[in-house]
Design a protein around this ligand. Sequence first.
Ligand code: TXA
Ligand code: MG
Length: 342
Amino acid sequence: MKTLVLDKTQINVAAELLKNGGVVGIPTETVYGLAADALNGEAVAKIFKAKGRPMDNPLIVHIADFGDIDRFGLVETIPESARLLAKHFWPGPLTMIMKRTDVIPNEVSAGLDTVAIRFPSHPVAQEIIRAANTPLAAPSANLSGSPSPTTARHVLNDMDGKIDAVLDGGASEVGVESTVITLAAGVPRVLRPGGVTVEELRGVLGEVEVDDAVLHQLKEGVAAASPGMKYKHYAPKANVILLKGADDEYIEYVNARAGDDVCALCCDEDLLSLKVKTVSLGRRGDYLTHARHLFDCLRGIDENKTVLTVYSRLPSTEGVGLAVYNRLIRAAGFEVIDLEKV
Ligand code: TXA
Ligand code: MG
């Protein structure tokens, strides 16, 4: 299959492909999505094939107006908490899980009785959804297990020849996937941290829980609330190792292991002191910038075939830092070295 590369003047081409059951890479403010008509099970099945995604991992349904939830009859009843959150954070990097109706094909919900819904803020994403006149199911547009794509080039690197088209809408602003919160039962619970922070969610709803799988590896045999959390994720081919400790201890540890096959994923302030290859996420403490650069940095490291080991500091769990922490700890397969103990 030839993959077309479209620009912002070709939204209608993308919409036509989608209406006809095609799969198109689309820009969103978080990461690029691999979109298909969410109400067409056959079209959605093609997404799983292109990504090599396990069929038991459900997809997010993207809408272009809060009213689309009722217009397309996606959920049984909209919880009050969803209306409140939508007022504050939609359109934007927040996905809400609610009880679904039978309108949602099995391919989208992967057998669950819920559906994840997001109203993205990216103007191109909104225009494509409106032009296609249907909600779009879209996971991140990477091969399953690889870092998510934040540019059209990243999408092509993974999907060229496997999908109908990708629409280039520039680099994604947020850089990590949306925050996923379930409102389907009991106290609202964050299943995946993202651009909307836990602190912000608590500011609106009061009590909000954070699922165990956000910070820790799931124990053998425990069912994942969000099936995506159980898979090895975001991993570059090089081995990522996280180091916990003070700045100077980190520099000393990495420099003692200097070599051609070593790279440090670091902050701007570390660049002069490190004696190995470096890739910087941005200024220390600037978590928004770290999030924006994370996946591009991980993909860039992979393009350098000599790098076998990547050392990074264990990120902070504050604000959007929690999203970076959550992705990096998975990229590292939960391997953390405590520098106080070495
Ligand atoms: O920012 C984003 O959310 C991007 C853009 C394209 O919108 N999409 C994205 O999709 O990251 P994906 O499929 O890569 O991640 C969706 C996550 C997965 O971990 C999946 O298991 C979870 O959301 N999920 C989807 N529907 C769910 C449901 N009904 N219940 C629990 N978890 C669900
Ligand atoms: Mg993904």
